[in-house]
Design a protein around this ligand. Structure first.
Ligand code: XIL
Length: 568
């Protein structure tokens, strides 16, 4: 048996767990560096350490909440962002679970990774039976709505766009997605996610790809091809569902390095190490070495952003439900007592090099430089900050005219694309840098940007429309996305958007996120139940596929309930 090297800390963790379970208010002195929680050590190494959140105990179990808050600086909702959770029936969205995880993460300075947009599993039957055209529309609507909901939320920074697209041999999985849409669904999903959030990090995720093998090589080839084709794949996730009876995968670090050489970030997304039950000290020790080896590999590869553990307590683990006779896969046992696996992760992260928690903020980033100013958007870039450990990203703040600054987005690297701006309007931007310990730099000086005049709109009214066209599928085809914003001071409800399509353009029903009708070239869009009311400043993204015979010109004017909207 491996005796946990930090028995005292393990004992203290158990005491904390018990105290928390009894809901006794805790006053814990600032820990010495060696005793610090995982997130402090991870941050000192420039990495995230995350967990998969189960919304049940996250809502109502004190011991679960206290460890989740104290030990981790990143979180992936375990099920709450899967299709069956967010859109159980067509066009009916529910975000209660996802919002709960995002709120807990925000309160505890944790980053959220969205899991997952397009997957063959945990996707409702109504999606699986659709025709190709309807399935494509459903995918567009789903990605636009789910990603769009959190696009401006600074806590939500990354997404698993596609999950498990390979079978065990490294062929594309013959899922309903592949069977109905062909392999282009993968590139399409990434492009739609980028359209919904220009700044989130977009990942492809799979299992049994931790080491170098046929399946991970197939994934490598796909990622290389997608990037060569200009598809926005930013990140590769290795799930990391390991089992001690199958041995540790070979060449985990080398595998990360070959992906990193493609220019993508890598990460371990769902780490757990199961064993055949019952648990014993020998198995615990083997399990601990597996955890340590994964952490060590990530630490050795600069492009590895961090590690997410799939749960953290054996009390809530998917393993016993899926792998008969197996379990005990996580670093805390079912009573919230830390196991040798916890010590292994902790000590691998704690190289003793940091005298204490990182309290040094990054340097001040350079003044943003604006380029590509349009009527509705601007591209910003700035000189990067430096940090004693590592800059993890930037906050972008915007002010309207001489008004107050507020965060409008985050960026993993020193550039940002802002959109949805009003035409002929002056904005100011500042940026600040963050490190993994949550230290923020001072704000950069501001840059002032004035958007150009809009495309013939009648000027700001109580609504604003941003209309974007992109090529789509069969020819001559196009996709139109419409962002409708309530620029008034009171709620806009029961709205009907109306506009006239250029001649030769025809909507291909049904469109998404609205009820679309076309009569001649006159088009109306009426809301669905979930976007029928737009709060002041609120917006909704709706859209449709169409065909054209004479090009993809855009409507010149838009009205809502008969009143003109500004066009940006
Ligand atoms: C699992 C969850 O942990 C379970 O609660 C659920 O019943 C099934 O899915 N790969 C993935 C995860 O990408 O979404 C899976 O999560 C585990 C395997």
């Amino acid at each position: 048996m491996i005796i946990p090297a930090r028995g005292a800390r393990l004992a203290r963790t158990a005491v904390i767990a018990v105290a928390a379970a009894l809901a006794v208010p805790l006053v814990v002195a600032p820990p010495a560096a060696a005793d610090a929680p995982l997130r402090v050590h991870a941050a000192a190494r420039g990495k995230f350490i995350g967990y998969a959140a189960n919304t049940g105990p996250l809502a109502n179990e004190a011991a679960y909440r206290s460890i989740a808050a104290a030990e981790f600086n990143q979180v992936t909702p375990e099920n709450a962002l899967k299709w069956e959770s967010t859109e159980p029936s067509d066009g009916t969205y529910t975000f209660a679970g996802a919002d709960q995880v995002v709120a807990f993460a925000t309160a505890n300075n944790q980053q959220v990774h969205g899991h997952t947009l397009v997957w063959h599993s945990q996707t409702p039957g109504w999606v699986q039976g659709l025709s190709a055209a309807a399935m494509r529309t459903a995918m567009q609507d789903h990605i636009a709505t789910v990603v769009g909901r959190y696009a401006d939320n600074p806590a939500v920074v990354s997404w698993d766009v596609v999950n498990e697209v390979f079978d065990d041999n490294g062929n594309l999985r013959t899922s309903f997605w592949l069977n109905t849409l062909g392999s282009s669904y993968i590139a399409d999903a990434f492009r739609l996610a980028r359209a919904a959030d220009g700044n989130a990090r977009l990942c492809i995720n799979d299992y049994n790809v931790e080491g170098i093998n046929a399946k991970s090589t197939a994934m490598y080839n796909l990622v290389r091809q997608l990037r060569a084709d200009g598809v926005p794949v930013d990140c590769v996730g290795f799930q990391g569902h390991l089992a001690i009876q199958y041995g540790f995968p070979s060449q985990v670090r080398e595998n990360m390095e070959r992906f990193a050489a493609l220019g993508v970030q890598v990460r371990v997304t769902e780490l757990d190490v199961r064993m055949q039950l019952p648990r014993d000290s020998t198995k615990d020790a083997t399990q601990a070495t597996y955890y340590r080896n994964v952490v060590t590999a990530c630490l050795a590869v600069p492009a590895c952003a961090g590690i997410t553990i799939w749960g953290f307590t054996d009390k809530y683990s998917w393993v016993p439900d899926v792998f008969s006779g197996e379990g005990a896969a996580l670093p805390w046992d079912a009573s919230y007592v830390a196991k040798p696996a916890y010590t292994a992760v902790h000590d691998a992260l704690d190289d003793g090099s940091s005298p204490g928690p990182d309290t040094t903020p990054p340097s001040v980033p350079g003044t943003p430089v604006a380029s590509g100013v349009t009527a509705s958007g601007v591209s910003l870039s700035w000189t990067a900050s430096t940090d004693a450990v590592g800059v993890t990203g930037y906050d972008v703040l915007r002010a309207l005219g001489a008004g107050a600054f507020a965060v409008v987005g985050t960026a993993p690297s020193p550039s940002f694309v802002d959109s949805g701006l009003a035409a002929s309007t002056t904005y100011r931007y500042q940026v600040r840098a963050r490190d993994a310990a949550g230290n923020t730099s001072a704000l950069s000086p501001a840059v002032t940007v004035t958007t150009i005049a809009g495309g013939g709109g009648p000027g700001p009214g109580a609504c604003r429309v941003a209309y974007t066209i992109s090529p789509w599928g069969g020819s001559p085809g196009f996709t139109a996305g419409v962002v409708l914003t309530n620029t008034g001071t009171s709620a806009l409800s029961a709205w009907t958007l109306a506009f006239t399509l250029p001649s030769g353009q025809q909507i291909t029903p049904p469109g998404w996120s609205a009820t679309w009708t076309q009569s001649g070239q006159a088009v109306t869009a009426a809301p669905l139940s979930w976007n029928a009311t737009l709060a002041p400043g609120g917006s909704t993204t709706i859209g449709f596929n169409g065909t054209h015979t004479g090009g993809t010109g855009e409507p010149a004017t838009f009205t809502v309930n008969g009143a003109s909207c500004a066009v940006v």
